[in-house]
Ligand binder design. Sequence first.
Ligand code: TRP
Length: 333
Amino acid sequence: MADKKRVLSGMRPSGKLHLGHLHGVLSNWKRLQEEYECFFFVADWHALTTNYEKAWEIPENIEEMVLDWLAVGVDPEKATIFIQSDIKEHAELHLLLSMITPLSWLERNPTYKEQKQQLKSKDLSTYGFLGYPVLQAADIIIYKANKVPVGVDQLPHVELTREITRRFNYLYQEIFPIPEPLLAEVPKLPGLDGRKMSKSYGNSIFLSDSAEEVQNKIMTMVTDVERPKKSDPGDPEKRCVAFNLHKLYLPEEEIQDIVQECKAASLGCVACKKRLAKAIIQAMEPVWEMRNTLASEPGKVKEILHAGAERAREQARSTMDQVRQALWSPAAK
Ligand code: TRP
């Protein structure tokens, strides 16, 4: 274990997850947990920066989200899974890092500017929201993470973490490795309507959807718009939204057959989407089974998160001992 590189990533508890999360984030976590020492956590304090007016919604969302993580195979035996707010040390390190983080670094953060623009209905002129990346830096370095799997949207935050970490190491003592972002190749997975799959667009297939829901949703999915009738030849690789899912869920030979039959106008979109729905349902069955088993055991998820917190806390405490030492009583300065 000791020589394994350490990976850390967090997700805000937004409630139930969809196929976009599975193929974009969770399948990557599953790969990483085989190779690295992984810490995966629920960023509930981060959720509070934008949802402080409805703080009570956050705990409900945590359980749903963690059920999804576990159901798809993020494994508490392999990775340390916990809730951010269970480890108070994140808050202490956040405070200390806030002392050394220049305001200008935060004010020019592109996600700060963008989100303030986009979420106009919320008052985000808060101290906490501006400091979002400082808290994220604390999350990362408190575990001395080497690699941080994130999407491109989060790259500015990892860059800020690197700058803050360098500043700490320079001012006090070199105790932190400089973490690196880990960008995964993410397959294209649009929502039912062809836009990015997102809960707020209402175009998602959720991991907790039933077989009927999956079937019904797939049947509403946009196919080749230039193929209004079955007798028109289609071009799935160029124009069919559903075909992005075929590529993820069907075996290679079947995909080839579908392309040919669609181009030859012999396979209709309804029949084609039925095949897709069947394949997705088949792939999801073990996930649903696992989700139901976990959900039917009262206290199971809490128990897993508790055990994860114990492990995480040990590391966070040991780092904070070093941090306080470096700050208050450096051996030689
Ligand atoms: N900001 C991240 C997001 O919105 C969540 C997050 C919080 C995170 N702390 C983190 C991700 C630390 C990676 C590492 O997706």
